[in-house]
Design a protein around this ligand. Structure first.
Ligand code: PMP
Length: 355
């Protein structure tokens, strides 16, 4: 730290992203990317149409893409907000709606960026404990009287709550904004988007990074009441009005136009998830029920840290956290059939040698 850093950031603990080795030598199951490349039409759209226009700024309103997304989800373009990854969207949410008078609540075990933003903006925060088996109890949020962020499915657990439960939470906190982070909703979960028209305090956040194979393009979006979108835009125009670059915008439009390709990939991932869980069951692992493109699992024989290190030594990257509540567990992204076969083969080897 230099002596120039503002004192308000002295205690800030920054988010630590999952490892991103650039040499491709690992079977990479640590950051919940899709194992499938973008649809061929996406590659074409980026190469042919847009690269030659990189001398020009992108549309700060993202009109074409917002219209595409609006039509896809049956809402209006005024309901759609675009961000440079849903991480940026979360940043805008915390900045726009939370302060000392309007603190924030989120699950105690959830996406690691929520506490970082709360810390960045020095917000009073409530970390709501999960129940037995990392289950999120909707009652714990009903009438809590704070802004709320819930990842649904939750990360790193993969567990989901129902749209009815979300509706109860939203309805019981009419004076606060509820952000439902649906980064992993397209792997068998039910989105709460149909609630958006009914509630002025609900924001639903999604990403192109998982289901839509575009993690490298950095695109997230929110759908909510026009007034909330206007607030987010006010912040965005005060920070970076060109937050979505041309190539990503073109890629995203082609992505929406090729929806079936991604639905098909998601089906494969869900099938691979079922096979992986079944085999882990057979090997004595405990795995939480997951509606995401990852699973949260632990072995009675090998603790989470050891499993992570032994897998890494064998060329397979998964995610592990040292926090005591979850230190026994690993989060494993569901990849292609071939990747999961390698993962399971290495797990069996580790159980034989270390367990
Ligand atoms: N929300 C959750 C729950 C996540 O796990 C992630 C991915 N790490 C994000 C948001 C951010 O994703 P992105 O910025 O790539 O859209």
């Amino acid at each position: 730290m230099s002596r120039f850093l503002s004192a308000r950031f002295a205690d800030l603990e920054a988010y630590v992203p999952g490892e991103q080795p650039q040499d491709m030598k690992y079977v990479k199951l640590n950051t919940n990317e899709s194992p499938f490349p973008p649809a061929p039409a996406v590659l074409e759209a980026v190469n042919r149409i847009e690269t030659g226009r990189l001398n020009l700024y992108p549309d700060p309103e993202g009109r074409v893409l917002r219209e595409k997304l609006a039509a896809h989800y049956g809402v209006k373009p005024e309901n759609v907000f675009l961000a440079n990854g849903s991480d940026e969207l979360l940043n805008f949410f915390f900045m726009a709606f939370c302060d000392r008078e309007r603190p924030v609540a989120y699950p105690a075990v959830s996406y690691g960026f929520y506490p970082v933003y709360a810390c960045l903006y020095q917000l009073p925060r409530t970390e709501v404990p999960l129940r037995e088996g990392f289950r999120l109890e909707p009652e714990d949020y009903c009438g809590i009287g704070k802004n709320i962020v819930i990842a649904n499915p939750n990360a790193p657990t993969g567990r989901i709550i129902s749209t009815d439960d979300i509706e109860r939470i939203v309805r019981s906190n009419p004076d606060h904004v509820v952000m439902i982070d649906e980064a992993y909703i397209d792997f068998g979960g039910e989105s709460c988007l149909p609630l958006v028209g009914k509630y002025e305090n609900l924001l639903v956040c999604q990403t192109f990074s998982k289901f839509r194979s575009l993690a490298g393009g950095r695109l997230g979006f929110a759908i909510g009441a026009p007034a909330l979108i206007e607030d987010l835009d006010k912040i965005r125009y005060s920070i970076n009005s060109y937050n979505i670059n041309r190539l990503t915008m073109a890629a995203a439009v082609a992505t929406i136009e090729n929806h079936e390709y991604y639905v098909n990939n998601s089906r494969k991932i869900q099938a691979n998830r079922a096979c992986t869980v079944a085999e882990l069951d057979r090997l004595g692992f405990e795995t939480l029920p997951s509606k995401a493109n990852f699973i949260f699992t632990r072995s009675p024989q090998v603790d989470g840290g050891t499993l992570y290190r032994e897998l890494k030594a064998r060329g397979v990257l998964v995610r592990h956290w040292d926090r005591p509540e979850i230190a026994g567990w690993c989060r494993v992204t569901i990849g292609s059939r071939e990747q999961m076969d390698v993962f399971l083969e290495k797990v069996r080897e580790i159980l034989r040698e270390v367990g």
